[in-house]
Design a protein around this ligand. Structure first.
Ligand code: GLU
Length: 375
């Protein structure tokens, strides 16, 4: 099953605070970080794109501020995050740079991943970074996220990021090496589950039971992350990050639990566009554009002859032919006002007309699904 990791095109690796922080000595575990960066370099050398979701800001900041081990008030943990994030980003940047890789700090809030327009912006930035060869190092923007609207755990943030960028593999590096049938420490013969093909009610019940092994290491949020990853078409794996080079160990058959996806990320994304998003308007396209769409091309402003309804950038819209048949649906890169101004014009005119440069495609082919009859 390690082929799921080796063959992945785009991998998100989530790293828990306990791995990066040497709690006993109250400092960053540099040896571990260096070794992980060797793993990242290995992936990059064979053409894989890597995104890191790194926890550890609060733990690092609390040490620096002398906040001790007691439970922190919200504003204290936000202050700790503000201090710790500087050191965290610096450590990643330095270790990756030594391997010829640029690190890019990306701090996200829940709204950045849920609110459509902000989601599109964050996604665009991450794609640009990957295209430019950088490794995004993501954390929740704890300093500004308020308690009601925050992830609070990076497992689910990492799963959302995996969905956002259509990653095909999500690795959760944890302090447990996977999911067990029951706590091995109880001596009852608890066995590691190498694969959970389905998140059954039994699995959820085990995770929710505070006495079981599954509830350890925040297993509920890990299963929630798995559900999010699955619906986005990403295989998820939970493995221990306690030893050095955990990604190399994973690919040579180290202990782990896989929660596989049933479809590829792009298929999952298209299903979401076609089935879950409520269209807010429509674009009418000419026959040339209709043919191009059927052949898997993006929709350009030149092929749009009319606009119906009101929509914002990031909304779903219907794509109709001149006979009023639905051809497809997609996520539009412009508002109805902008779309109306640029329709019928070539993409090279967009900047002149709007006064700013937008996306070349009015709907990119990755954001578009053909729903009408083909041919
Ligand atoms: N964002 C938090 C931090 O950097 C970590 C959240 C988590 O551990 O999942 O400290």
């Amino acid at each position: 099953m390690s082929h799921r990791f080796k063959n992945a095109r785009r991998i998100v690796v989530k790293i828990g605070s306990a791995l990066l922080n040497d709690l006993e000595n109250q400092r960053l575990n540099r040896t571990w970080l260096e070794a992980l960066c060797d793993d990242v370099e290995m992936c990059r050398k064979r053409g894989q794109e890597v995104v890191i979701v790194s926890s550890g800001a609060i733990a690092m900041g609390r040490n620096a501020l002398g906040l001790g081990a007691s439970t922190l008030k919200l504003e204290e943990s936000q202050a700790a995050a503000a201090v710790g994030q500087v050191a965290l980003a610096h450590a990643w940047s330095r270790a990756l740079k030594e391997r010829g890789i640029e690190a890019a700090q990306v701090l996200l809030t829940l709204e950045d991943t849920e609110e459509r327009r902000r989601y599109l912006n964050a996604r665009g930035t991450l794609f640009a970074l990957l295209k430019l060869g950088a490794v995004p190092v993501i954390n929740e923007n704890d300093t500004v996220a308020t308690s009601e609207i925050r992830y609070g755990d990076n497992d689910r943030l990492a799963a959302r990021v995996a969905g956002m960028i259509s990653a095909d593999c999500l690795v959760l590096l944890s302090d447990v090496d996977g999911v067990y049938t029951c706590d091995p420490a109880l001596g009852k013969g608890g066995k590691l589950l190498p694969e959970i093909p389905e998140l059954t009610p039994e699995i959820w019940a085990m995770a929710g039971d505070s006495g079981s092994a599954l509830s350890r290491g925040g297993m509920v949020t890990k299963l929630e992350a798995a559900r999010m990853a699955q619906s986005a078409g990403a295989h998820m794996v939970i493995t221990s990050g306690k030893n050095l080079r955990p990604l190399s160990r994973l690919q040579t058959g180290g202990k782990c639990t896989w929660i596989p996806a049933r479809e590829a990320p792009m298929a999952a994304r298209k299903k979401w566009i076609a089935g879950s998003l409520k269209p807010n308007g429509a674009l009418i396209v000419d026959s040339g554009a209709a043919n191009a769409l059927m052949n898997g091309k993006s929709l350009l402003s030149a092929g749009v002859s009319g606009i119906e309804g009101r929509f914002e950038k990031g909304d779903a819209v219907r794509i109709m032919d001149c006979q009023n048949n639905e051809i497809g649906r997609g996520i539009i890169a412009y508002s109805h006002i902008e779309a109306d101004k640029i329709r019928g014009n070539g993409s090279d005119r967009i900047e002149d007309i709007l006064g700013y440069a937008g996306r070349t495609e009015i709907i990119h082919r990755d954001d578009l699904v053909i729903t009408g009859r083909q041919g």
